[in-house]
Design a protein. Structure first.
Length: 454
């Protein structure tokens, strides 16, 4: 038998060892980590520069072997979309042409960030390339609560793309999170919004079956949005923190940041697993108020007085649910209404896992807003899941508001440059950070024409 030269054997052995080593490195790089923190940054609008600044804040969290921080950013002014690996960059990484140290892992060209399918595609890519035990998705952009944009004077939804003129409606968001659930095989751990006005029961109820915790603001957000360093650095330092801990950390860090700057804001986290119980309590209260109003006209006045005293936000049709339950409990003389309001507050306390605010204008914020228009009821409300309850019927019974396709602007809405945030005095003082003609609106808030105050 012919002998194989020892040099050939050594070369084969060396090749085998290299293959094993490279396979080990590949496996380590692709092994499931503790967290994958995904940020869907739709900066294809007046928020362009803030998107870059926020990724730079994420970079300050450092490099991590246990936490993936990944971002998809679409920029304005004709710039393309990219995907970045923030925590997987090289230790000696140099800034790219956008000033980012993060690793540019994908050039996407122009994409429609207002299409929910694009967001699902980003999550799919993240899960396939950055598997983890826990997942958080942050939607970064303009936000406005539950309503779909269309051509209505009051526009609500999230992720407004100025190129496509598209955005993600509440109904779309529900479909998207169902798809995300299917991708990871369970509800996502955290869905969060670095966007205005998204902490509404109408929004969280839409996604409740596919999300464990939802983090968002009842009020508008300053242009700087989240303080990502204060959120991402603790996660990188303590990757073992569970979803509840991270959901609570975000409002704490957010309000700590803006309180130190003297700016008012709100941020809260809700446990979506308890939303069916809360929805039942809301419906029970709504039915009792409706019944009481049908028997005693004084109860209509009581409900209106409670509404007038309740915490409101930059869209005055958005009121704080917990504060309304407190106010109606005080204003009503009907014992069944009082008991229903107290029962709602009890359940509510279990749903809101963290509530933080700063500033006098937000001082009655308890963690979740709800739609309560006084003048006309947007008929598009019927497209969302929460409309199956009797809340809207109670609102109509109290206010006489009629459903219309394009409601007239609420004169209580404050859309001036200062954005006071509520109809109460002592509002927020946000600078106009969009230095172009036609500015004067809050940068994380869809632009609307100024409306008079009552």
């Amino acid at each position: 038998m012919k002998k194989i030269p020892w040099q050939v054997l050594m070369l084969a052995l060396a090749a085998l060892l290299c293959l094993i080593a490279s396979s080990t490195v590949f496996a380590q790089e692709n092994a499931a980590k503790k967290w994958t923190f995904m940020v869907f940054i739709n900066a294809d609008n007046n928020l362009d520069r803030f998107g870059i600044l926020d990724i730079q804040e994420m970079e300050k969290a450092g490099i991590s072997a246990d936490v993936n921080i990944v971002a998809q950013i679409d920029r304005g002014y004709g710039k393309p979309a990219r995907r970045y690996d923030v925590t997987g960059r090289l230790a000696d990484a140099q800034a790219d042409d956008w000033g980012l140290l993060a690793k540019n892992v994908a050039e996407l060209g122009e994409v429609d960030m207002g299409d929910y399918k694009e967001m699902v595609s980003f999550v799919k890519w993240s899960c396939e390339n950055y598997p983890a035990e826990n997942y958080a998705l942050v939607i970064w952009n303009h936000g406005a609560g539950w309503k779909k944009k269309d051509n209505a004077p009051v526009v609500k939804g999230v992720s407004y793309d100025d190129q496509s003129k598209n955005h993600i409606s509440t109904k779309d968001l529900g479909i998207a999170m169902g798809a995300v659930h299917n991708l990871i095989g369970r509800p996502i751990d955290i869905l969060a919004f670095d966007a205005c006005l998204m902490q509404m029961i109408e929004v969280s109820y839409e996604v409740r079956e596919n999300v464990r915790y939802m983090v968002a603001s009842e009020e508008t957000e300053p242009g700087d949005g989240w303080p990502y360093e204060l959120i991402c650095a603790p996660l990188v330092q303590t990757p073992s923190m569970d979803a509840a801990a991270l959901a609570k950390l975000i409002p704490q860090a957010y309000v700590q940041n803006y309180a130190s700057k003297g700016k008012g804001c709100t941020q809260s986290a809700v446990d979506c697993s308890k939303l069916d119980e809360l929805a039942a309590a809301v419906e029970f209260l709504a039915l009792k108020i409706t019944d009481a109003c049908a028997v005693e006209t004084s109860e209509i006045a009581a409900a209106k007085n409670a509404l007038g005293a309740t915490q409101k936000y930059s869209y005055a049709d958005n009121i704080d649910l917990g504060h309304f339950a407190e106010m109606i409990g005080q204003a009503s003389k009907d014992e069944t209404v009082k008991r229903a309001a107290e029962e709602l507050r009890t359940v509510y306390g279990r749903v809101i896992v963290e509530n933080q605010f700063t500033g006098m204008a937000a001082r009655f914020s308890t963690g979740m807003a709800i739609y309560f228009p006084r003048y006309s009821f947007n008929s598009k409300y019927e497209t969302i899941k929460f409309s199956a309850l009797d809340w809207d019927e109670m609102v109509r019974a109290v206010t006489g508001a009629q459903s219309v396709a394009d409601p007239a602007p609420n004169p209580d809405n404050n859309n001036s440059g200062s954005n006071s945030g509520t109809i109460y005095p002592g509002g927020y003082d946000y600078p106009d950070v969009y230095p172009f003609p036609g500015g004067g609106f809050h940068p994380h808030w869809p632009h609307m024409p100024p409306m008079p105050m009552m």
